[in-house]
Ligand binder design. Sequence first.
Ligand SMILES: Cc1cc2nc3c(=O)[nH]c(=O)nc-3n(C[C@H](O)[C@H](O)[C@H](O)COP(=O)(O)O)c2cc1C
Ligand code: SF4
Length: 551
Amino acid sequence: MSKPTDDELIERWRDAPAPLLPLLHAFHDRDGHLGEAALRAVAKGLRIPIADLFGTVTFYHHFARQPPGPASKGAAPRVCDGPICRMHGAEALLQALPGATPMPCAGRCDAPIPVLVGPRLLVGRSAAELRPEPSPLPPPYPGDTGECVLAELRTPGRATLSGYRATGGYEALTAARGRAPAEVIDVITESGLAGRGGAGFPTGRKWQAVAQAPGTPKSIVCNADEGEPGCFKDRALMDHDPHALVEGMAIAALATGATRGFVYLRYEYPETQSILETAIAEANAAGLLEGFALCVRRGAGAYVCGEETSLLNSLEGKHPFPRNRPPFPVTHGFEGLPTVVNNVETLCAVAPILRRGAAWYQGLGLGAHAGTKLISLSGDVARPGNYEVPIGLPLSTLLHEWAGGPGPGRTVQAVTMAGLSGGFLGAEALDVTLDEPCLRGRGSFLGAGGIMVFDDTRDMVAVAHEAMEFFAHESCGKCFPCRIGTTRLTERLNGGGPSELQAWTAEVVDIGDAMKATSACGLGTAAPLITDSLLEYFPDQVASHLARRKA
Ligand SMILES: Cc1cc2nc3c(=O)[nH]c(=O)nc-3n(C[C@H](O)[C@H](O)[C@H](O)COP(=O)(O)O)c2cc1C
Ligand code: SF4
């Protein structure tokens, strides 16, 4: 089959909603890179100044500007070198694959190392072992209080329209069509559902604000960027239960009066895109999405695009810096109009809540806590995977009873919280319960729910260095304290700065405090939790690193 021409590609995308990313992907897929001529054609076709387009394109990690070398026979392989894949030998795999480059955590921490080769995702622990593999199902439910988003997900056939309908799917949407939008929002508000993407904002309040905001057309944007290292829950939901997301978005649209929907999917989940597009096509063919135009847009590899305003700029084809807030997306979101931005897990909880009631969902939590949270658990535990925990579950129950604890003869030295963004909890803080009030009391937070486990053989200064290197790499550079601070902290964790513990600590705390006080988005405020918690729980390891440097 002959390759499409520039004009054919532009014709295909020019009048589509949010056209820039799919058009750039189409050129990149065709040529293996984005050359000068391709950029000029895109700039002309979409009427974007070439200088702006150049700045935007070079911001994303995925878009190559040069053709891949002959050794890689096509697109250069990208090997995940996130914290867990490093434990599994990612560096050796990188060396073994000609022309390979590292990529940040690709959201497969419950499987062997992921490698992206062009549009294909392979997994394996060595070059010889690399193979395509569907994402793992969550382990069988080990609890006794009940699940919400995973309750039906393991049922065979659930990803198809008929399988989804056989397990109660689309009943909530049908019922919602017969109710007043305000009633639907009331149920979500009463359930206590709060954002599962990190910030925990009450979902019903967000929907209410969009429903009341002037201006049309309104949009529902699903944040499926899942860039936080150690998080792979949204992938499992979308791969095994795509209709749950489609139904949740359609209900959000009914409740708020939105007519447009976008799933902003991280680049590193290529197979998920076709799963979602098949589900959307099935739902459309069955007449389930009338009045709601829903499509998938694929990101291009930038962690900051998970921040909701950066995501909106990215969708709009602008430079994906986070926006200054206020105004918030509920009034000034996609194209400056009222927009709900919700995480995949949040939206997947909507249909079960409407079917079974607000009190049911509230009752899934322990004590005064409402509902459940998906935790992506990885690292030094016997059974890594996605676990849906009642909010308020003791961390030790999850680690030891549900996931089988660390390897034989080993103890847990530390866990991360919120992927990397919540920093570390050391052994003396492992008595926490998994809820925001408890974790915030220990200087951390649950966030998107990634927990990485490190046993007593791990070098926590090295882990902290890799984490800070990630934040430095992903800082968008818009604010000076974050751009410079993440780099300075990376240097200090790699042997730079004063060699006396007290002076080193003073400098590191000072840099972190400036970042927390002045950064414009959550990346810059969260990154110093890595150094703060390293100093709190592992001052001896820091001291011995400094002493080794001196010696
Ligand atoms: C640096 C950064 C990265 C983020 N990445 C994600 C992400 O990948 N997925 C997500 O749902 N939320 C992410 N968030 C949170 C979003 O800004 C936003 O709060 C969320 O999408 C709202 O949906 P929710 O209310 O359903 O959680 C990120 C925030 C920051 C500051
Ligand atoms: S805090 Fe960092 S990532 Fe966020 S806007 Fe500022 S420079 Fe960009």
